[in-house]
Write a protein that binds this ligand. Structure first.
Ligand SMILES: Cc1cc2nc3c(=O)[nH]c(=O)nc-3n(C[C@H](O)[C@H](O)[C@H](O)COP(=O)(O)OP(=O)(O)OC[C@H]3O[C@@H](n4cnc5c(N)ncnc54)[C@H](O)[C@@H]3O)c2cc1C
Length: 395
């Protein structure tokens, strides 16, 4: 038996005895916020996976990982998927800021922050976008001024997802306003539990919203917590964006969810609405669209697998833009197909109108997933990156 086969057997045995039933099924487990009470099975699952180093399987053992290589990582993910286990931990700690610190942080930052991320001790928000700086992120105006061994932050960040439940935030702020706009920016880690940080949820059409506005008024950060060097935040911040895009694309192997794309029940649902008794679809146009969607989904999964196998870092660089974009477009096309198949039944907001659970969920998913071509960099921004950095077209 090869070493990899042995690893698979050990992993399978361990998961069989250690993954509680309450940690199985679709969806994700909460992001590790100190203010979110985990239910007992989920808590146990997180504790056990932390002990194995499998919340961040590819990280070095000294920082809470298990030092798995890419083949072992793939096996772990396959085995998690086989028993329908949810990733024990997800979020911006293990997926975005953790791997950025691993690549670009100081030894002091690695020692202080990485095990915090690996153990899910606190959730992280992302403080990049501002009312006047989205795609043109380098125009940001939040300031961080040095005061002794600290920085004072002042400014306004918008669209900070989940900030109301987060404990920490990584912020892009201007540390040298006199320098050209890409040069005077730093990436700073900030504790959100302090007076100078104010979070207000932004309510969207759906009534509930994960979005917040986060305002800094003389918020304090330690000068030890600038990642990637003072005034060098543009480079560190862009690398973090690649981790974000790779997570959206399913090819970030920093946490334990890279490649753990859940199987979609969409084709089955579509057939329920427009299929005949035998399950076949009479309408040629609908049949062709669904077939194309299924083929694209398969190609996407194969591409994710290949990208992970070829990885030399914990996430690829510019490839992440292409895989993120094709993933988002395919998911959105799936939503459109389902809504068309459901017809008027798909446009009912709640079950009071007689809609089924699937119909209400489909409508909300269709609306929410329109954001997939905005969040983490818009479709046009990804196309610009692919044109310039992948295809080498002129600027
Ligand atoms: C679900 C979701 C979650 C988010 N979470 C966070 C978060 O946690 N933290 C955070 O900091 N931000 C977050 N964002 C914000 C997100 O990063 C921005 O919305 C995004 O970068 C676009 O910025 P903008 O909204 O200001 O739009 P703009 O940049 O104003 O863009 C408006 C339109 O102009 C187009 N455009 C802009 N520039 C160009 C160009 N050069 N070439 C071609 N077209 C262009 C865009 O593609 C878009 O269609 C989130 C957004 C969403 C939707």
């Amino acid at each position: 038996m090869s070493m990899l086969e042995e690893f698979r057997e050990e992993t399978r045995d361990w998961l069989k005895t250690n993954c509680p039933d309450g940690a199985k099924g679709p969806g994700y487990i909460p992001i590790g916020s100190k203010s979110v009470e985990l239910d007992s099975d989920v808590k146990l699952w997180l504790e056990r996976m932390v002990e194995k180093g499998w919340t961040v399987p590819t990280w070095p053992k000294e920082f809470g990982g298990a030092n798995l290589n890419n083949d072992e990582y793939r096996v772990l993910i396959e085995e998690l998927k086989r028993i329908n286990a949810r990733p024990p931990l997800t979020g911006r700690g293990v997926n975005y800021i953790g791997p950025t610190i691993l690549e670009l942080g100081t030894e002091d930052q690695k020692a202080r922050w990485l095990t915090v991320c690996a153990r899910g001790e606190g959730a992280w928000a992302m403080g990049y976008s501002e009312p006047g700086a989205g795609s043109d992120l380098a125009s940001l105006s939040t300031r961080a001024e040095r005061r002794g061994d600290q920085y004072l932050l002042n400014g306004r960040k918008t669209w900070t997802s989940d900030a109301a439940y987060c404990d920490y935030i990584f912020v892009l702020a201007r540390t040298a306003p006199e320098k050209p706009k890409h040069d005077g920016i730093s990436l700073i880690l900030v504790d959100m539990h302090q007076e100078g940080v104010e979070v207000s949820p932004i309510t969207l059409l759906s009534g509930a919203s994960p979005f917040c506005e986060t305002i800094f008024e003389d918020a304090i950060a330690s000068a030890r917590d600038i990642v990637g060097g003072v005034d060098k935040g543009w480079t560190a911040g862009k690398r973090l964006l690649q981790f974000e895009r790779s997570t959206h694309a399913g090819i970030n192997i920093s946490g334990s969810q890279g490649g753990l794309t859940q199987e979609s029940d969409l084709p089955e649902l579509v057939r329920k609405y427009v299929g005949t008794d035998s399950g076949k679809i009479a309408d040629f146009g609908m049949r062709e669209r669904l077939l194309r969607y299924e083929m694209n989904t398969k190609s996407q999964q194969i591409t994710q697998k290949r990208a992970i196998e070829e990885l030399h870092a914990r996430a690829p660089a510019f490839t992440s833009s292409a895989v993120k974009l094709t993933n988002a477009l395919n998911i959105q096309e799936g939503d459109e197909i389902l809504m068309d198949a459901m017809g008027p039944s798909g446009y009912r907001w709640n079950d009071e109108s007689g809609a089924t659970k699937d119909e209400v969920a489909a409508l909300k998913r269709w609306l929410y997933q329109k954001s997939l071509t905005i969040a983490g960099g818009t479709k046009e921004v990804q196309l610009n990156i692919i044109a310039k950095r992948v295809l080498g077209l002129p600027d």
